[in-house]
Design a protein around this ligand. Structure first.
Ligand SMILES: Cc1cc2nc3c(=O)[nH]c(=O)nc-3n(C[C@H](O)[C@H](O)[C@H](O)COP(=O)(O)O)c2cc1C
Length: 207
């Protein structure tokens, strides 16, 4: 039976959505892993979204809390709002009280990816503060650490992401994820999918 990795995200301007696609490719590159992308429901009206200049939604299906239980592992992505996950994603997590009560998600591995506008705007606080969600559900946080290698030490060009997970900088909205950020996202998906088998994981880390 395939290992199911669900990539669940919210994205207003498309940056997190782009990371999600690379993460999906990375997870799906592991044989026997089925990766699927989902969005959480929007909480803002069409009028507000238009005023905020939001991008059109992707065609990824909208997930319900109960569907989280089908996954063997979850990768959760969101843009930052004042250094923390966006309210849309938080509202979705607030709807998982039933799963929390039954501890249905306990033991499932979970990773985090994100986007911020600026440097110092939340590349580390956004994933760090999101870990509380995993803790209350009893999920097992899987950071990428420094397994991405040299790319983690890029100093010449701006690069989002951290040991917590893949990330990008949107700037004023016009900046798009760089090649290196997309490579980190692919790596996160692959590394996360490899968690299902410790031998495969060790072969990947120490070939
Ligand atoms: C209300 C609001 C608050 C925001 N707060 C922050 C912030 O604290 N730090 C930051 O770097 N960017 C902040 N941003 C910028 C967003 O993080 C940015 O638009 C987002 O990362 C783009 O991702 P997306 O294209 O997936 O929506 C904020 C944006 C909005 C609308």
């Amino acid at each position: 039976m395939a290992t199911k990795v669900y990539i669940v995200y919210y994205s207003m301007y498309g940056h997190v959505a782009k990371l999600a696609k690379e993460i999906e490719k990375g997870a799906a590159s592991i044989e026997g892993v089925e990766a699927k992308i989902w969005q959480v429901p929007e909480t803002l009206t069409g009028e507000v979204l238009e005023k905020m200049g939001a991008a059109p939604k992707s065609d990824a299906p909208i997930i319900t809390p109960d569907e989280l239980a089908e996954a063997d592992g979850l990768l959760l992505g969101f843009p930052t709002r004042f250094g923390m996950m966006s309210a849309q994603f938080k509202a979705f997590m607030d709807a998982t009280g039933g799963l929390w009560k039954s501890q249905t998600l306990a033991g499932k591995p979970a990773g985090i990816f994100y986007s911020t506008g600026s440097q110092g705007g939340g590349q580390e606080t956004t994933p760090l503060t999101a870990i509380t969600q995993l803790v209350h559900h009893g999920m097992v946080f899987v950071p990428v650490g420094y397994t991405f290698g040299a790319g983690m030490f890029e100093m010449e060009k701006v690069k989002g992401g951290s040991p917590y997970g893949a990330g990008t900088y949107a700037g004023d909205g016009s900046r798009q994820p760089s090649q290196l950020e997309l490579e980190l996202a692919f790596h996160q998906g692959k590394y996360f999918a490899l968690q299902r088998d410790s031998r495969e994981l060790l072969d990947f880390l120490r070939p």
